[in-house]
Design a protein around this ligand. Structure first.
Ligand SMILES: Nc1nc2c(ncn2[C@@H]2O[C@H](COP(=O)(O)OP(=O)(O)OP(=O)(O)O)[C@@H](O)[C@H]2O)c(=O)[nH]1
Length: 436
């Protein structure tokens, strides 16, 4: 089985860690526009080289700084695409900008294995580049499983996908693919051939759909030309899309990207219904829905469960003194420290305003006190940058380990402790006396 993630042969693994775009273009106007659009649409910073020589110098100075290059085909000191070779030599995927386009350029660009080539003719195309940059940036955390019994064709698909910096897993047939899916639940897209020994693509898609709905896992079926009914059978069996071999590379990429983006869109919609917009923590509704399950399990099996309520001290003053934007910044930073300070298994939510709630499972009083103190001191020690200011805040916390009549009753008890912490002078925690 080839259940390992492959790494592109030409790629220096260090370069994958880069977080900037290298823009190589002699037109300052285009570069500046691109830099702004990459910032707006992809949220990434760029550095500009106006020539091949400048690009060489930038890459020599900081070879691991970048994750993608956007290259003008015609530069003052190069018109044969040497900048593409330079970027490739540093392990960077390349998006090419050309002033004009014809079949010969297309052939050259495909031979050079660039991510895409685009005309720098309009704002629309510039935005297309920025969207591609965002895609490449995100692809580093997208997993694709390629299933094909032909070693050479599999290698070809892997190469195409890795050019876009996707993480790729491989399987020789449907049975192997199912094994991989069991051990690696993070796969976002499966690309499967139809004709394979042991378990063909049709059977694989049927089996995958038992566990993975269309909204969570995209599947693209592949097959040779010939059987028109096959595409319909694969789609009816649960594939999201179908590609006939041989295919145009551009079509392959379009379909792969569309399918990945559909999955991401569904995830984003689902996330927005359970997460708070400002902090990205779970919202109150989700906290209670999931919290009820944790509470019921704790009662049934007599497991320890702690409910914590916490609140930023004198937060109104932050808003009144520095404005609501500064207040929002503080809330976000506190949320981020809380998220770093609890385990994956714990449930953390924004209760409302500047109040947060946590459910911690399998915890005793000593550890609860340690965690509350750790959160309190981490927030007290943090300086929150806003404009030219370094703001600091404290929090007060209340908690209970008493499995009372309901989750809401536990939260109310924790809230009563929070009130006592406020009364006691703030910047402290109080644990329910009944548990002491
Ligand atoms: N910036 C910002 N402010 C918020 C948000 N939600 C609630 N607030 C503000 O948070 C403040 C909470 O103030 P209070 O409830 O008086 O509490 P406090 O000033 O933190 O005082 P203590 O809790 O007693 O320490 C109010 O001014 C709300 O307008 C938000 O999402 N962003």
């Amino acid at each position: 089985m080839n259940a390992t993630t492959s790494t592109p042969a030409t790629q220096d693994p260090e370069s994958v860690a880069g977080d900037r775009v290298l823009l190589i273009d002699d037109s300052q106007a285009i570069s500046r526009l691109l830099r702004a659009r990459c910032q707006d649409l992809a949220g990434v910073e760029s550095e500009i080289a106006g020539s091949l020589a400048e690009a060489r110098a930038l890459l020599a100075a900081e070879p691991t700084r970048f994750f993608v290059a956007v290259v003008d085909l015609n530069l003052p000191d190069s018109c044969e695409g040497e900048a593409i070779d330079l970027a490739h030599a540093h392990g960077l995927p390349v998006i090419v900008l050309t002033a004009h386009y014809d079949e010969a350029i297309r052939e050259r660009m495909l031979a050079k294995e660039v991510v895409d080539y685009l005309l720098k003719s309009s704002l629309h195309e510039i935005d297309h580049v920025a969207t591609l940059v965002r895609r490449i940036h995100r692809n580093r955390s997208v997993k694709v499983l390629v299933v094909d019994d032909s070693r050479s064709f599999r290698a070809y698909l892997v190469k195409l996908l890795e050019l876009h910096r996707l993480q790729v897993l491989q399987a020789e047939n449907g049975r192997e693919a199912l094994e991989i899916m069991k051990t690696d639940p993070g796969v976002d897209l499966v690309i499967t051939d139809y004709n394979m020994p042991e378990m063909d693509g049709l059977a694989l898609i049927g089996a995958l759909r038992q566990r993975h709905p269309r909204s969570e896992l995209a599947i693209i079926g592949l097959s040779e030309q010939g059987s028109q009914a096959l595409s319909a059978r694969l789609l009816k069996n649960g594939a999201n899309d179908f590609i006939t071999k041989p295919f145009l590379v551009e079509e392959f990429y379009c379909r792969v990207i569309q399918n990945i983006e559909q999955i991401e869109l569904v995830r984003a919609i689902r996330d927005s219904s359970v997460r708070d917009y400002l902090t990205k923590l779970y919202n109150r509704r989700y906290f209670f829905e999931t919290g009820e399950t944790l509470y019921a399990a704790a009662r049934r099996r007599q497991l320890a469960l702690a409910a914590v309520m916490l609140d930023i001290d004198h937060f109104k003053r932050v808003n009144d003194t520095h404005g609501h934007l500064a207040g929002d910044r503080v809330i976000k930073q506190v949320a981020s420290i809380l998220a770093d300070g609890v385990r994956q298994a714990d449930l953390l939510g924004r209760y409302g305003g500047e109040e947060f709630c946590i459910l911690l499972t399998g915890i005793d009083q000593t550890h609860l006190a340690m965690i509350l103190e750790r959160l309190r001191s981490a927030i007290e020690a943090t300086r929150i940058e806003h404009d030219d200011l370094a703001l600091s805040v404290t929090i007060s916390l209340g908690a209970t380990l008493e499995l009372t009549d309901s989750l809401q009753a536990m939260i109310d008890r924790a809230d009563a402790c929070l009130y006592r912490a406020k009364q006691g002078g703030r910047n402290r925690f109080v644990i329910d006396e009944a548990a002491e």
